[in-house]
Every structure is written in C-alpha cells, then in structure tokens.
Design a protein around this ligand. Structure first.
Ligand code: PAF
Length: 280
C-alpha cells in the first residue's frame, strides 16, 4: 500500500485508472471501516482510502481536537488487510491551503433535520469535503456505511444533482456481538456505559417490531422509545421514524400501507453521543 500526503502524489499514483473504488474516512479505523474496504475491493480496482479529520464538519463545541488520530495504527490495519492500494492522508494545509469559502450546501429539508438540526453546519462540512475528495480521487464508485444514514442520502443526492460520475454504494452497519454499531466514538465509553450502550439498538428493534406488528401511531412509538432511553439515563436528541426515500415524516396511512421506513436515533450516554438507525 502506498501512503501519499499530497494531491499531486495521489494523482501521480492514480493516472490512467478509471475503475477506482474509494472509501473516505476520518481514521481511527475499526472493523466497520475494514468492511467498507472489502466491499470497495469487490466493486473496483484500485481501492483508494482516505484519512482526513475534517474540521469543517465539527461544530464549535464538538470534539475536533479530541477526535482520535491514530494514523500509524490505521496504516498497519490497512496493510494487514491488503485491500487498499493507495491511502491518501493529507494534512489540513494540503486540503485547505486557503480558507474553504466555496461550500456545498445540502437542501434544508434534508440537511437541516435530524443530525443537521442538532449539529448545524455538519452536512455542509461533510458534502464540501466529500466533493473535494472525489475531485482529488475521481472514483467510479465510493462506499459509505449505512450507520450514517442521512449522510449517505445527502451524498447520493449531491452526486445526482451535480452529475458526478461516482456511484455511491451503501454498506450495512457493522455491529458488535451485542448489537452496538461500531464507531470511533465507542472508545470514549466507560465500562458501565459500554454495557448500557446496546440499549440504543434494542430500542430501535422495538420500534421496528411495533411497526411490523401493524402499529401506525408514530408519535406514540417515538415517545415510548425516547422514554425508554431517558429512563435509563440517556440524553436523547431524537428518535424519529421517517420515510426511507426522503426522510420525511410518514402519515399514519403511509405507515399502514407499508411505506418503507427507517428509524433514526441520536442520544448521549455520559459525554459520548451515539447515533444509529434501523430500516423497517
Ligand atoms: O463518515 C465520515 O467518516 C465522514 O463524515 C467523511 C465521509 C469521511 C467525511 O469527512
């Protein structure tokens, strides 16, 4: 695996390639990321991964400085897995040599709800860096995890609207044996919090079971789910049942008619904010 830090070196490595499969990450790689690399390997050649902790997507009170930076460890994991041909690991000066004043702004009905409501500016930061990374790598396909469901939808819509030649491939959320979705943030959980954390996935499953059993009162289902988490000490940002196709609130008749739904949740356990979702 070649590790390059500049856009010029990246382009030198990739000249003439037209089947590139790309996996952008912010590093601190875990099995979830490695599963994305594996999927990329099945969909294109060569596989390019990036590691860049993107300041633009962090709010003023978020954990940009605290975000784990483990480049050598990440390189070792990728070397061992042997799916990635080039790792692009630029520093901030390389990615943003001047203030990044041109931004990609997702439409508010997709970008300002759910995560966007609780993390203003987050999706502008994500789409801006992803567009820039796509422009550096020029991938034919790119793999994104479904754990960041809204991010995946927004990036797909961006590619469609800008007619980018990159196909977005979703990957199922990778979970620990107790159901907790793998995330770089899990490392911040204390031992008791780590034992409590799978509740989020259990709650999502309960919501799914109720919907599958024919319940249509979405606000009541969301209320019970929030209460379950709050009672166990979580600070809930949202538990929301939405339409898969556009993340809009489904009507009771749409629910009854079998509209494809997804439940999305974000909540804090201690100081660690976890997100998860489950399709119905
Ligand atoms: O999902 C992530 O890790 C980040 O949001 C991404 C897509 C790498 C952009 O910084």
């Amino acid at each position: 695996m070649k590790v390059v830090h500049s856009i010029e070196a990246l382009r030198d490595q990739l000249r003439g390639q037209n089947r590139i499969a790309f996996v952008p990450t912010m590093g601190n790689l875990h099995e979830g990321h490695l599963a994305l690399m594996k999927m990329a390997h099945q969909h294109g050649d060569p596989v390019v991964a990036s590691i860049f902790v993107n300041r633009l997507q962090f709010g003023p009170n978020e954990d940009f400085d605290k975000y784990p930076r483990t480049l050598q460890d990440d390189i070792d994991k990728l070397q061992k897995q042997n799916h990635v041909y080039v790792l692009f690991a630029p520093n901030e000066q390389e990615m943003y040599p001047e203030p990044q004043n041109y931004r990609v702004s997702p439409p508010s009905d997709l970008g300002d709800i759910l995560e966007g409501e609780f993390r203003p500016g987050f999706f502008i930061g994500v789409t801006t860096v992803v567009l820039k990374l796509f422009s550096c790598v020029q991938p034919r396909v790119a793999v994104f995890g479904k754990k960041d469901y809204q991010q995946l939808m927004i990036i797909r819509a961006m590619c469609r609207q800008f007619a980018l030649p990159t196909e977005i491939i979703p990957h199922e959320t990778v979970r620990d044996t107790d159901g907790l979705a793998l995330s770089s943030r899990n490392r911040f959980l204390s031992e008791p919090e780590r034992r409590e954390a799978p509740r989020l996935y259990r709650v999502l499953n309960e919501v799914r079971d109720r919907l599958k059993a024919g319940a249509t009162d979405v606000p009541a289902i969301e209320f019970d789910a929030r209460k379950d988490l709050t009672t166990a000490g979580w600070k809930v940002d949202y538990v929301a049942v939405r339409r898969q196709r556009d993340l809009k609130i489904p009507t009771a008749s749409e629910v009854a008619a079998g509209e494809a739904l997804v439940t999305l949740a974000a909540a804090k356990l201690g100081t660690t904010r976890l997100i998860d979702n489950l399709e119905v």
